[in-house]
Design a protein. Structure first.
Length: 145
């Protein structure tokens, strides 16, 4: 009986792991997406470093913003502004693996922010954005961390 209970608890822990892993967002220095403001990509069409004075905890990470207005926009609709694939490289997700990103390699497509590993990887990803997004979306459930 004790063994069966232990096995059951182990199976529950294993089954819940993907749910816990899905909450992770690529970080460096403790802040999501290297401390850059996800709203600024949408409004200013540029990577803008966030300020730790204007932060918000979401999905277990600190998100930083240029100003209070951007922070408040994010709080109102984080899914609208947060990068796809939890901030991991969109090209890598389309190929079935995870990779980090750099702030300057980004694209907004259909109102969604996509980040890439480098500018050269971004160029490759842009060669067929629609197919790469479709592949990334198919792969993402198995890649979530």
């Amino acid at each position: 009986m004790l063994r069966r209970t232990f096995i059951g608890l182990v199976l529950i822990a294993i089954a819940s792991q993907p749910l816990l892993a899905a909450e992770k967002v690529f970080t460096r220095g403790g802040a999501a997406i290297r401390g850059y403001d996800p709203v600024a990509y949408h409004l200013e069409m540029a990577p803008v470093k966030g300020d730790s004075k204007f932060n918000y905890q979401w999905k277990g990470r600190e998100w930083r913003f240029k100003n209070a207005a951007n922070r408040d926009r994010f709080i109102a609709d984080p899914e609208k502004f947060a990068p796809r694939y939890n901030g991991f490289c969109a090209w890598a997700a389309s190929q079935g693996y995870l990779a980090s990103t750099v702030p300057d390699a980004w694209t907004i497509r259909d109102g969604k922010l996509y980040l890439n590993y480098s500018l050269s990887v971004r160029s490759t990803w842009l060669e067929d954005v629609d197919a790469n997004i479709a592949a990334g979306d198919r792969n993402w459930p198995d890649l979530k961390q």
